[in-house]
Ligand binder design. Structure first.
Ligand code: SF4
Ligand code: SF4
Length: 507
């Protein structure tokens, strides 16, 4: 495939792809699970508001929790059944902490609610965005940001270019690749819908040059449209939105800005296909493609209903082999270790890798930094990772901030190339969390101080008001006393006059 008009960004790495492991078989579909566990928080933003109670019967596609405000996303029943419980369960999150979930016991009938496709060609952008806000669709590339919010553009913004992210640059992950091969038409239709809603003048799909079949499928599906499909080099992290924009357009999004500020919006391939399915077919977001790979018998991609126990997917892939040590959600560069396989498939779960010592050997001993600057050469954000490391390690957090710690996208390129095996990203994560915790503590202290100051001011004001009231009361009493005294004096004087007059009459 030919790379034309591509703007190469600084750094990046080319780790072993390991993609062919899971891309030789078509996407498989699982039988309906007996129970499905749906976390109420599967997206960025507010937790969805519960709309069901234990014992309720639900149909496939029925809303069980609605979006709470704009930055939130609805959750729908992935199949028909009964609400079995609403309780805290372990969810697939790096913290390993439980969160509120709705458990559905499936009736195995998989009976749909009445589907209501939307005549999207007849509606304006505002009406379409309003409709999509109930779809439960979030960024399926991993960002899980509610999609209706990305389609909403401020009055003083306009979108020139819609970029569709088909790069899928992390090793091992092939869910987008397989989805593009098999569902290119839906992706192109969804892209045209997103372009219409955003009123974007142009649209470009960026795909890495290691996905030939997906490229050809997209090219065929897009042949009667003005959508441009551009091939970018296979280089991690080309799938990072800002890196992809640079590769495709040569535009650098400044660190303090978002791409929409420059008239560019980015969507993942699976997300636009979900928009198509919701509007055209009336099907909300209830499933996704998940890559199960690594140390499993049959690495493959599965279309899994949200809430499906991960253990069932692993079983379907032939179960775990000997030597499996742990399970990584996401890719090896940016993923995290799962607390257990007893977690459900969620909107964010694009890939699960069974890790073995052969695939991921134990980290080598950490050596001192030799100031070789390889990390800086590999950093796609043009940071100074070695300096960030020193400042993070020595808790010089202000300095780390000055060196743009918060611009770090935690891509792991620096760690990957470091000859001293320093787990650099872990230091940055630690420093970021410390700074956030300190800022929160400062904010809490400021709030407490402000509250105390306003409390003292209130006490002082009330004291003053009370004193003024007393003074007024005392003055009133004094005035009353002096009035009474005056009256008595006058009465006594009048009495005296009266007596004098009577004595005068007698005499
Ligand atoms: S790559 Fe490692 S050893 Fe080299 S400068 Fe960076 S942190 Fe130091
Ligand atoms: S993890 Fe951060 S510092 Fe390291 S290469 Fe990526 S962006 Fe640069």
């Amino acid at each position: 495939m030919e790379l034309k008009n591509i703007f190469k960004f600084n750094g990046g790495v080319h780790p072993n792809e390991n993609k062919s492991l899971s891309s030789s078989l078509p996407i498989a579909r699982l039988p309906i699970p007996k129970t499905l566990v749906l976390p109420l928080r599967q997206h960025v933003g507010h937790v969805a508001k519960l709309k069901v109670k234990v014992g309720d019967q639900v149909l496939k596609g029925q809303i069980i929790a609605e979006a709470d405000g704009n930055i939130s996303a609805a959750i729908h029943a992935p199949t028909s059944g009964t609400i079995l419980k609403i309780s805290e369960e372990i969810i697939p999150h790096p913290s390993g902490l439980p969160d509120f979930c709705v458990t559905i016991e499936s009736d195995l009938k998989d009976k749909w609610i009445e589907k209501k496709p939307i005549a999207w060609k007849k509606l304006d952008s505002a009406a379409l965005i309003e409709a999509i806000s109930s779809s439960g669709i979030v960024g399926l590339g991993g960002a899980v940001f509610p999609s209706h919010m990305k389609l909403k553009v401020n009055q003083n913004q306009s979108i020139e270019t819609l970029v569709i992210n088909a790069a899928e640059c992390e090793p091992f992950i092939t869910c987008d690749d397989m989805f593009m091969r098999e569902t290119a038409d839906e992706i192109i239709q969804g892209t045209l819908i997103a372009q219409t809603i955003l009123q974007a003048k142009q649209c470009v799909i960026g795909i890495e040059d290691n996905k030939i079949e997906a490229y050809q499928a997209l090219k065929k599906a897009a042949q009667k449209t003005s959508i441009e499909i551009k091939i970018v080099p296979t280089l991690y992290p080309s799938g990072d939105a800002k890196r992809l924009i640079y590769l495709l357009m040569g535009i650098e999004v400044p660190k303090e800005k978002r791409s929409v500020d420059l008239g560019i919006q980015v969507f993942n391939v699976a997300t636009v296909a979900a928009i198509y399915r919701y509007l055209e077919l009336g099907e909300p977001s209830i499933s996704r493609i998940v890559t199960i790979t690594g140390n499993v018998q049959n690495p493959q991609n599965y279309e899994a209903l949200f809430g499906t126990p991960l253990s069932e997917l692993i079983e379907a892939a032939g179960g775990k082999l000997n030597k499996t040590q742990k399970f990584i959600m996401g890719g090896p560069m940016m993923g995290f270790d799962l607390p257990s396989i007893n977690v459900p498939v969620t909107k964010a779960m694009n890939c699960v890798i069974e890790s073995s010592p052969e695939l991921f050997p134990s980290p080598k001993p950490v050596m001192p930094c030799i100031r070789c600057a390889r990390c800086a050469d590999a950093c796609p954000v043009n940071l100074q990772p070695q300096e960030l490391y020193w400042f993070s390690k020595s808790s010089q957090l202000e300095k780390a901030k000055d060196y743009n710690l918060f611009d770090c996208i935690e891509c792991g390129c620096c760690t990957y190339v470091c000859p001293s095996n320093i787990p650099l990203v872990q230091f940055y994560r630690y420093a970021k969390s410390e700074i956030i915790a300190q800022d929160k503590a400062k904010e809490a202290a400021n709030t407490a101080r402000e509250r105390n100051e306003s409390r003292l001011a209130r006490i002082e004001r009330e004291k003053k008001e009370r004193a003024e009231k007393h003074a007024q009361k005392a003055l009133g009493a004094q005035e009353k006393n002096s009035d009474d005294e005056k009256k008595l004096t006058i009465a006594a004087a009048m009495e005296r006059v009266k007596q004098t007059q009577q004595e005068n009459i007698k005499n």
